[in-house]
Design a binder for this molecule. Structure first.
Ligand code: PMP
Length: 435
């Protein structure tokens, strides 16, 4: 087989970077083959180091709602960079981004966010949310759901989705038993399990953390009323509800997935991805009485040399400002066109599947019935996905390299990009049927 630039880079990368990648899901671990080493990206398209051009359905795993290298975002970043890369001191743009996150995350008179702290990664946001919940309640236990991913801090890796699901890892080595014992993992979409736990240990629980719609085991939306039940149970027992919108925030809908339900009020909300527009910005937000427990006002410590970095904030602020109603309409239209086209191709080949939706986010599950939790997600015919993935890749479409990830469209997916995907679908569905 002809050796390619990608293959050479992958060999070189593996000699210096563990597994050749700086984040595990990039390694094509469950689909096999050589990852495309990306040279450049523009709009809906990415180009690898061999010069292959792909219609991209990864979108940097979420941030790229406007498409790659949107000219106004790039101009804002360039302009910010000329004024200095990092100051370690506050800036006006940080205030603007915090205000915009607060005003955008409000629906029908519900406005759960009063204060916003900017940080650099989703992992930091959820880690800090948990410390804050423990500091506020004086309690230790954390409740999370199987298949939900909240970043890689020690207490959150038990039965987590995303890369751990892809690698079939139940948790991570290096987490002490003492830390692991502070996290209780429950099945998703099972309010009775939550109720039973609260009845037994309610006064020990600091917080429940939940993805507002699960999207790291493929997309698995909450059953109607599930998130509201979490809020009710937590509050009845003096615990907090942390809603993780790192992936869904300002992507699933204009006010995240929460805004599509808006039938409960989270105490703390975490953001990432879109709020950084492709550069490292994340946020922890919530009611003032809780958020003001953070240093320098309160006793819960959190800090960051590059928190609120001016270049990153310029990307996030410009992205969020440009993400208007037209953008969400475009995301929705494109998502439906891609999902329906691929679904029709799979049906034509007799491949059992369901399309799972959370606002503008979707993924496929290779099963007759929609999975509701991590146990049912894992029962699907997973072997269909590598075949589908590689047939699409050969035809110039870059899907997420794992069945446990959402498909990310952008407002820059035009007719040409959607056309590329839909033209590739019949052969990809045939490959999935044969797998
Ligand atoms: N929470 C959720 C819901 C996520 O999807 C992710 C990342 N995919 C994180 C937290 C962690 O964010 P980061 O990778 O920026 O640390």
């Amino acid at each position: 087989m002809k050796s390619t630039v990608n293959e050479g880079l992958y060999r070189r990368a593996r000699g210096v970077i563990p597994g050749g990648v700086n984040s595990p899901v990039r390694a094509f671990g469950s689909v096999g083959g050589t990852p495309a080493f990306i040279r450049s990206a523009k709009g809906a398209w990415i180009t690898d180091s061999d010069g292959n051009e792909y219609a991209d359905l990864v979108g940097s795993w979420g941030p790229a709602i406007l498409g790659h290298a949107h000219p106004e975002v790039v101009a804002a970043v360039q302009e910010a960079a000329t004024r200095g890369l990092s100051f370690g001191a506050p800036t006006e743009a940080e205030v603007e981004l915090a205000e915009l996150i607060r005003s955008r995350f409000a629906v029908d008179g519900l406005a759960p966010i009063e204060r916003v702290r900017l940080l650099s990664t989703g992992t930091e946001a959820t880690m800090t949310a948990i410390r804050l919940a423990r500091g506020a309640t004086g309690r230790s236990l954390l409740v999370k759901f199987a298949g939900h991913y909240h970043g890689h801090s020690d207490g959150l890796l038990a039965e987590a989705g995303s890369g751990l699901a892809t690698q079939a890892m139940p948790g991570s080595a290096g987490v002490t038993p003492e830390v692991a014992a502070q996290t209780i993992v429950l099945p998703y979409n099972d309010p009775v399990a939550v109720e039973t736990l609260f009845a037994a240990r309610g006064d020990e629980i600091a917080a429940v953390i939940v993805e507002s719609a699960a999207a790291n085991m493929g997309v698995v939306p909450p059953l109607p009323g599930f998130n509201a039940a979490l809020g009710r149970l937590a509050h009845e027992h003096g615990a907090l509800l942390i809603v993780d919108e790192v992936l869904t925030g300002f992507r699933a809908g204009p006010a995240g997935y929460w805004g599509l339900e808006a039938d409960y009020s989270p105490d703390l909300v975490t953001f990432g991805k879109v709020v950084g527009g492709g550069l490292p910005v994340a946020a922890l937000a919530g009611r003032a009485e809780l958020m003001d427990l953070l240093a320098p006002l309160g006793p819960v410590y959190q800090a960051g040399t590059l928190s609120g970095n001016p270049v990153a904030v310029a990307a996030g602020l410009t992205t969020l400002r440009l993400a208007d109603a037209d953008v969400y309409e475009a995301l929705d239209r494109t998502a439906r066109a891609v999902a329906e086209g691929v679904s029709a191709a799979l049906s034509a080949e007799g491949v059992p599947h369901t399309v799972q939706w959370a606002g503008t986010l979707f993924s496929f599950a290779f099963a007759d019935r929609a999975p509701l939790d991590y146990a049912t997600v894992k029962q699907q015919r997973q072997e269909a996905y590598p075949a589908l993935f590689h047939a699409f890749l050969d035809a110039g479409v870059h899907l997420p390299p794992s069945v446990f990830e959402a498909w990310f469209v952008s407002a820059a997916h035009d007719e040409r990009a959607i056309g590329r995907i839909l033209e590739a679908a019949p052969a990809a569905a045939k490959a999935a049927a044969a797998a």
